[in-house]
Design a binder for this molecule. Structure first.
Ligand code: ZN
Length: 408
């Protein structure tokens, strides 16, 4: 098209269409725009027609954007709901609920967690809301139990049974099994569980794995909180500039004020998203990307907490409890198959997993067996896992068992 040329009529920029199709032979003809159609060659007529169509669709699009759909107020209705001067026409129940209890809930939470107004408003509530909306069925129930601290810990389940206080203790250490105790339990078993949970979190965040500084800062925050030692310095890598580094530190500090345990419950600082915004190129998809990031970060926290909870649950269930005969059979089958198929192919570094003493340990309890299988899986990377049927089967079985105990 003539109009696609540079303003001065020259053709300095190469505007020849780049698309190629082997089945079609094209030839290009340059024509000046805005010529009369009279006795003009076919190229000029076609160019004029193309200009007309472009103008028409531009005008149509502008009109469409201008059109404002009137709010549906049902004039014939006997009653209409107004909240703060706004007519509510959809989601009546939740709008009413928020209007009635929203303020009370805020006061309640601020009191319960010892926050103040600033801390409250520095929490990324929108991402939390989006993540909850995305959950369904039992997954939603499990998340709600986690967020509101209603998980059936020993304290929770034994309190009403008139049993001795020792029954409320954690199965791995002597401390009382309070809500979220498992996230900071001092038992070695939970150290392993937390490391494994962190791997799951990283796996989940793989879309954002280039944000190494971010992930490292979150890891430091969690570690510092778990071991009650806020001394770790925040790393500054070359991949982020000073401004971004400051935003990252700000997010870290605010998360500390909100509480790192709340990070795992989905109450994340809104500065994480601000950091990510500063790292995302401007453009039409920028906002969508940042929204998706916030939601993913909330979900990643839940994944971490739920995997440690799973380990806690396994421990509480003891040798067989919580596992059906069928489950135990498939666990044993996996162990057998791994011994026959994979044993010869482990690296020297991981050979200890197949040593005689490990074999004896395998006879212990179901959680130990699952733990052993998980460690075997970690020895092989994703590509290797696909090579062996035994590993593929094991991964599937562990995934199924995890889902079962998370949502139990
Ligand atoms: Zn404990």
């Amino acid at each position: 098209m003539g109009s696609a040329l540079d303003r001065d009529g020259s053709n300095d920029g190469d505007h020849t269409p780049k698309k190629t199709n082997q089945n079609i032979t094209r030839h290009y003809e340059w024509v000046a725009s805005h010529q009369s159609n009279d006795e003009a060659p076919i190229e000029v007529i076609l160019n004029n027609r193309a200009d007309e169509l472009a103008t028409e669709s531009r005008q149509n699009a502008a009109e469409d954007l201008q059109r404002v759909e009137p709010k549906q107020v049902f004039m014939g209705a006997k009653a209409s709901l107004f909240i703060n001067g706004h007519n509510v026409t959809k989601e009546l129940k939740s709008s009413l609920h928020t209007a009635l209890y929203g303020k009370k809930l805020k006061t309640f939470l601020i009191g319960k967690y010892d926050w103040d107004e600033d801390t409250w408003s520095s929490i990324d509530w929108k991402s939390l809301q989006r993540a909850i909306k995305g959950k369904q069925g039992m997954g939603k129930v499990a998340v709600i139990k986690l967020i509101h601290r209603w998980q059936p810990t020993n304290k929770h389940t034994q309190r009403n049974e008139r049993k001795k206080i020792s029954a409320q203790a954690c199965n791995a250490c002597a401390e009382i099994d309070e809500q979220l105790h498992y996230l900071r339990c001092k038992s070695k078993y939970f150290n392993t569980a937390r490391t494994y949970a962190w791997k799951r979190l990283i796996e989940y965040m793989k879309t954002y794995k280039k944000e190494e500084s971010l992930l490292r800062v979150i890891w430091i925050g969690l570690q510092n909180w778990v071991y009650a030692d806020f001394t770790g310095a925040l790393p500054k890598s070359d991949e982020i500039n000073n401004e971004q580094y400051e935003l990252l530190c700000k997010a870290y500090e605010h998360q500390k004020i909100i509480g790192w345990k709340h990070f795992l419950l989905g109450r994340i600082s809104r500065y994480w998203s601000e950091f990510y915004l500063s790292r995302t190129p401007q453009g039409p998809v920028q906002e969508g990307k940042v929204i998706a990031f916030g939601k993913s970060l909330v979900e990643a926290g839940w994944i971490y907490a739920q995997y440690v909870w799973k380990a806690h649950n396994d421990l509480g269930h003891g040798e067989k409890g919580g596992y059906s005969i069928k489950d135990i059979k498939s666990i044993h089958n996996c162990v057998k198959q791994i011994y026959s198929e994979v044993k010869e192919n482990v690296s020297a570094e991981d050979e200890w997993l197949f040593s005689q003493s490990e074999k004896i340990k395998l006879k212990e309890t179901v959680p130990n067996l699952v733990g052993w299988l998980e460690r075997v899986l970690l020895c092989f990377d994703e590509k290797d896992r696909k090579k062996y049927e035994a590993l593929y089967k094991t991964q599937y079985m562990i995934h199924r068992l995890c889902m079962k105990s998370i949502y139990a």
